[in-house]
Design a binder for this molecule. Structure first.
Ligand SMILES: [Zn+2]
Length: 240
């Protein structure tokens, strides 16, 4: 049926536009969001490594201060030794000094450990940096591809929309309205090609009488089950 030809093309275009819209409005923004989050995570790895180094230095500064203060005490207590009068007081001071020296020595050991740890932390940081750069580069490439896809989809959308506009003028307004009405209620699919005597969308068998009417091609015939506009697809001759 000649009248249906532009409408069949509109149906094809609408299916294509729906896919494009889904990609543009949902899938691509979601993927771009994931890429953004991935990049942020990659940066976080480096930041965390830097924080571990900061903590190490902070602990060492604290220990250095404590060691200084213990050294002051030791100095003070050594000076007091010369002024004590009793043996007990002398003994007590010596014990105190010894205890302070033990404490100082264990803190110095801890400082050494932290210095060794710092070296390791710097190596870790370098590794994190490389890993982070690798991840970010990969994400940037994916991002670039998605943006290219987005641009090409926008162009395609424009071309299809223009073609669609041109087709509308070739269709009777009442038929176009019917198309819109059915499409809005039936998931965007208003037309159904007949295939081996079945409605190819809802799979119901079409009565022979209806099939005859269809073949005559004199009027618009709708599927008795799904209400879609039926048509017999043209057999495409293979190009030779
Ligand atoms: Zn049907």
């Amino acid at each position: 049926m000649e009248e249906l030809k532009p409408l069949i093309r509109i149906q094809e275009i609408d299916i294509e536009l729906k896919k494009i819209e889904l990609r543009l409005r949902e899938e691509i923004p979601k993927l771009l969001q994931e890429i953004q989050e991935g990049k942020e995570k990659a940066e976080l790895i480096v930041k965390q490594a830097e924080e571990r180094i900061e903590n190490n230095l902070k602990k060492r500064r604290e220990l250095d201060l404590e060691i200084k203060s213990i050294e002051e005490n030791i100095k003070k207590h050594r000076a007091q030794i010369n002024t004590v009068k009793t043996n007990e007081a002398y003994k007590a001071l010596i014990e105190e000094i010894e205890a302070e020296q033990r404490k100082k020595s264990s803190m110095e050991d801890r400082v050494l450990e932290l210095m060794i740890e710092e070296e390791e932390l710097h190596k870790e940081k370098e590794k994190s940096k490389q890993e982070s750069e690798r991840i970010k580069t990969e994400f940037s490439q994916r991002e670039k591809k998605l943006l290219e896809e987005k641009n090409s989809l926008l162009k395609k959308k424009e071309i299809l929309t223009a073609e669609r506009e041109g087709l509308i003028s070739k269709i009777k307004p009442s038929l176009y309205e019917l198309y819109i009405q059915i499409a809005s209620k039936r998931g965007g699919i208003a037309l159904s090609p007949v295939s081996d005597g079945f409605c190819s969308v809802c799979q119901i068998r079409i009565r022979p009488q209806v099939l005859e009417e269809l073949k005559k091609g004199e009027e618009i015939i709708r599927c008795e089950n799904c209400s879609r506009i039926l048509y017999i697809p043209e057999i495409k001759e293979s190009e030779s």
